[in-house]
Unconditional design. Structure first.
Length: 239
């Protein structure tokens, strides 16, 4: 499957987050430079992930650095630590792993399958183990964050734990990452809406960013179902 260029939906996501950020700035009479850069680079990053393009990691470096700072200011300490201590180094790990799994940096370097990473998927037994492990971890981390005064401990726990697992599955090119990203994005939208209600300065832009993340994750699941089916159609059944 060769998907080498951005399609109309991809451009809708990218231009949509830019336009939404501009409209939000005009409506609030503010211009959130840090939040806007984080939002735009983040959406470009996840669009490229959905396309199976290794260049997502370049935009990811910028996004996770800024998002760690924004989350810290909003007292979302789980999200802040997640981005600074995990997402940031994982950009380099992901680049290395995707190169090993066939992702090319240019058309000239690509093989007959194109520039995309060679995706794979879990068995149903592995999916059950993943579900149980994530649920247990979310509950445990939620109680820890509540102990340290996190204002939204279980929402923060859900986004933190599922993002850690999803990022690892992303680096290893597993299709199941997208189910976890969808859940994470839904919870993150709700979490930042609450922050916006409480007056957090960057929250409005973050709601926009996570909403576009959610739209992209739905498309990413669709694309990666096909990518992983191409590689493992004779081994596993689709979701």
């Amino acid at each position: 499957m060769k998907t080498r260029v951005l399609n109309l939906y991809d451009w809708f996501l990218i231009t949509g987050v830019i336009a939404s950020s501009i409209i939000y700035s005009l409506m609030t009479d503010t211009f959130d430079v840090i939040g806007t850069i984080a939002a735009v680079t983040g959406v470009v990053c996840v669009v490229l992930v959905a396309k199976g393009s290794i260049w997502n990691y370049l935009f990811g470096l910028v996004n996770v650095s800024l998002y760690a700072y924004i989350s810290y200011k909003a007292a979302l300490y789980g999200d802040s630590a997640l981005n600074a201590l995990y997402y940031l180094p994982m950009q380099f790990v992901g680049w290395w792993q995707w190169r090993r799994r066939g992702a090319a940096v240019s058309e000239a370097e690509a093989d007959e399958d194109g520039v995309q990473v060679k995706a794979r998927r879990f068995t149903w037994k592995q999916r059950g183990m993943l579900l149980f492990g994530c649920a247990a971890a979310v509950i445990a981390v939620g109680f820890i964050l509540r102990h340290f005064g996190d204002p939204q401990p279980f929402k923060d726990s859900t986004t933190t734990v599922l993002s850690i697992v999803a990022q690892a599955l992303m680096a290893l090119a597993f299709m199941e990452q997208w189910v976890l990203w969808i859940i994470t994005n839904v919870v993150s939208v709700a979490m930042w809406i609450i922050c916006m209600i409480h007056g957090e300065v960057h929250a409005g832009i973050m709601v926009i960013m996570w909403s576009f993340y959610l739209l992209n994750s739905l498309n990413g699941l669709r694309v990666w179902l096909q990518l992983s089916r191409n590689q493992y159609a004779d081994v596993n059944s689709p979701l």
